[in-house]
Design a protein around this ligand. Sequence first.
Ligand code: SAH
Ligand code: SF4
Length: 346
Amino acid sequence: MAHSLFDFLKPELSQVLTEKGYPSWRAQQIWEWLYQKGALSFEEMSNLPQNMRAFLAENFLLQRPVQLRHEVSKDKTEKWRLVLEDGNSIEMVLIPEEERERNTLCVSSQVGCGVRCAFCFTGTMGFVRNLEAHEIVSQILLARDFLKDVGSAHQKRTLTNIVLMGMGEPLHNYSNISKALQILMDPSGLAFSKRRITLSTAGVVPFMKKCGEELGVNLAVSLHAPNDAIRSRIIPLNQHYPLAQLMDVCRNYPGINTARRLTFEYVMLKDVNDSKVHAKELVGLIQGIPAKINLIPWNPWPDAHFETSPFERIEAFQNVLENLGVPAFLRTPRGQDISAACGQLK
Ligand code: SAH
Ligand code: SF4
């Protein structure tokens, strides 16, 4: 059976080639075609001998997922629904930020999600399956194909940042995420700096340390509550990894300091976690951790039992944090009109 080439790290590809009697340095050429030139067929790989192109075409695939639907928000956020080989579908979101000259791709890591946070639309699906490394890598390749298609020389639209904040809990799919990120960060491939990649987790404690040590990407932790009672109610995973454990691993996340802070995400849920008392309790909880807090107005979805906090309450919450010395940012929801905002993917 043919395998996707996007499942192979470069040394793994070299090894396959050597076993078949081809020189291992050819892996570098193939890598350039895949990740620098965005080749869509083996035929294009003009510096490879014909017999090698035939061998690759017989044994490997370089297909991207099929695009089922592409929607563009009035704020220019774009969302794709992608169909995988087995018929399951996922969504990915491209968030342009012109003033910061940034294009951020929000990537999915699973079909559905087994964490089932009460406020998240993806959670209502439950866990369907983990994405393979090639299904993660090819989301980035698709976005790059797309940006090249529409970007003129003046626009210079290129993909600059990746966030693992789409569907799924990335740290419940560590081995595939790890492989995909190694491919993305390989300097001779897609060459993303670890500082331009952010992984968001609901708090899978045992894999957080591993992620910091092995991958070194930025970490965003979905905190969303100042104490165990509230957090366990909205994030069932908190019953396995309560706040004392979570804070301990955050405090020791490799490479964080006041210049490179950990991010805590905090979704503002009316009358659940949004009072000034909660804000003070939150400051106490994260004391001593070099962190910043992103306040996310909750994004609605059908039949949810939550409401977004009123703007004044979010502002008051933010003021408490800032007055106590914690940097706090209010995240403007992007792509709400096409259900592309945080927690609206399904
Ligand atoms: N599973 C990971 C990453 C995907 S979710 C995680 O939970 O961190 C990305 C972010 O969106 C998380 O902080 C998540 O808590 C938040 N989120 C989920 N549903 C939301 C909603 N309806 N409105 C706003 N943010 C939401
Ligand atoms: Fe899963 Fe994250 Fe949604 Fe929770 S918020 S259900 S962990 S995708």
